[in-house]
Design a protein around this ligand. Structure first.
Ligand code: ASP
Length: 451
């Protein structure tokens, strides 16, 4: 007999079914016992007069008949609340020890390090099942939306060279060329620009990005995903239009919510700073969970002063300055405005992008302003400058962050709540507990000595 999923039982009244799943809860009433059976589709109540030696979270096979529940015993809170399964046999496939914590609540009051150590159990809780499912639905919607509009999904290397996005790089030693290192990409920025030179005019990727930065609540230390987009022969408005259409549809179709304003308001950086004192802000009057208030921030300054840099890119060094400000690059660079655009949602910065520099001379000039020596520019970015000499289309893009969008849309406080296997805030991976020491033999092969 074929397997029936928990949710399918309500349509099989009177039929004999085979169910597989976990014992979610046990209610023992003496003469009768109820086991709620949970599988990936949902929960269904099973009932027995015999009683079996099961405990919660055992993996089981239950054979039984679907019965309609009497009206007064219907449970409106679950999809299968109108039926229950009268157990004929219950076989324990795999016994479960007592779990380190309960998995039926939201889990937010449990020590997070413990939750992450047993993340495979933590993920059983309905809240996280739902978050991970939402993540899948959002990503698959993005793929479909962009594919329908002529975009190609193209993977770019993970073992690569540094691409500055303002964080430190993660480095990987190259065993075959001792003393040399790969850098994990802070973003696919240079590759997606090279794809424009290559003639793939519409690119996207659900890209993993790696940034060795100090942990912040809204940005996972280590790695995260972004919907990386790049388009050729476009202007900023084309990118903003595509982005707002995509996120309006995601908001309505995937999340069943509404956007506060459409088209998304476009607010200059100067105005945002004046009005909100920040380049991210919440346009909702009160924190209505069913409204997503998107906005674009535009007209950013090209450079900013930071705590440890007199001048650094406000986005990244590939962002184009506004034409009318190019003269200022030589005289007063901090005043130059750029083609950067940020996407803001409910007070979070959920993505950024820009029109790119495609003139090798201007790109060189920007690197010089940022303090790179000419030899360094050639060594680090010569490939890109060279690519720009072979017929480069004007291009630009954006990269909304998957976790931060989900946080805003679902109302979670932390990117870890929308990531299957996140790191702890101190940078240990869930369950597998990396980073870890490696043996001397491996170090020797890499030509590395740990001081
Ligand atoms: N590479 C940028 C980032 O990761 C996005 C972009 O400019 O398209 O923020």
């Amino acid at each position: 007999m074929n397997r029936t999923l928990a949710v399918e039982t309500s349509k099989k009244i009177g039929e004999k079914v085979v169910l597989f799943g976990w014992i979610n809860t046990i209610r023992d009433h003496g003469k009768v016992s109820f086991y709620d059976l949970r599988d990936a589709s949902g929960i269904v109540q099973t009932v027995t007069r015999e009683g079996f030696d099961v405990s919660s979270e055992d993996a089981v096979k239950i054979v039984g008949t679907v019965k309609e529940r009497p009206k007064n015993l219907v449970n409106p809170n679950i999809e299968t609340g109108k039926v229950e399964i009268e157990i004929e046999s219950c076989e324990i496939i795999s016994k479960a020890h007592e779990l380190p914590f309960p998995v039926d609540g939201d889990g937010l009051d449990i020590d997070e390090a413990l939750r992450l150590k047993y993340r495979y159990l933590d993920l059983r809780r309905p809240r996280l099942q739902k978050n991970i499912k939402m993540r899948h639905e959002m990503i698959s919607f993005m793929r479909q939306f962009l594919t329908e509009r002529g975009f190609l999904e193209i993977e770019t290397p993970i073992l690569t060279k540094a691409t500055p996005e303002g964080a430190r790089d993660f480095l990987v030693p190259a065993r075959l060329q001792k003393g040399k290192f790969y850098a994990l990409p802070q973003s696919p920025q240079q590759y997606k620009q090279l794809l424009m030179v290559a003639g793939f005019e519409r690119y996207f990727q659900i890209a993993r990005c790696f940034r060795d930065e100090d942990p912040r609540a809204d940005r996972a230390y280590g790695e995260f995903s972004q919907l990386d987009i790049e388009m050729a022969f476009v202007q900023q408005e084309d990118i903003l239009k595509l982005t707002e259409e995509l996120f309006k549809e995601i908001t309505e179709i995937v999340f069943g919510k509404k956007v506060l304003q459409f088209p998304f308001p476009r607010i200059s950086h100067e105005e945002a700073m004046k009005k909100y004192g920040a380049d991210k802000f919440d346009l909702r009057e009160k924190k209505d969970p069913n409204i997503l208030a998107f906005a674009f921030v535009i007209d950013f300054p090209l450079f900013e002063k930071t705590a440890d840099q007199p001048i650094s890119p406000s986005h990244h060094p590939f962002t184009a300055p506004k034409d009318e400000d190019i003269g200022l690059l030589d005289t007063d660079p901090i005043k130059v405005r750029s083609w950067q655009h940020d996407l803001v949602c409910n007070g979070l910065e959920v993505g950024g992008g820009s029109i790119r520099i495609t003139d090798a001379e201007i790109q060189r000039k920007i690197f010089r302003i940022l303090g790179y020596r000419d030899s360094e520019i050639e060594e680090k970015f010569g490939h890109l400058l060279s690519a720009f000499t072979y017929g480069v289309p004007p291009h630009g893009g954006i990269a909304p962050g998957i976790e931060r969008l989900l946080m805003a849309a679902i109302g979670e406080e932390n990117t870890r709540e929308v990531t299957a296997f996140p790191m702890t805030s101190s940078g240990q991976t869930a369950v597998m507990d990396a980073p870890s020491f490696v043996d001397d033999k491996s170090l020797k092969e890499l030509g590395i000595k740990v001081k």
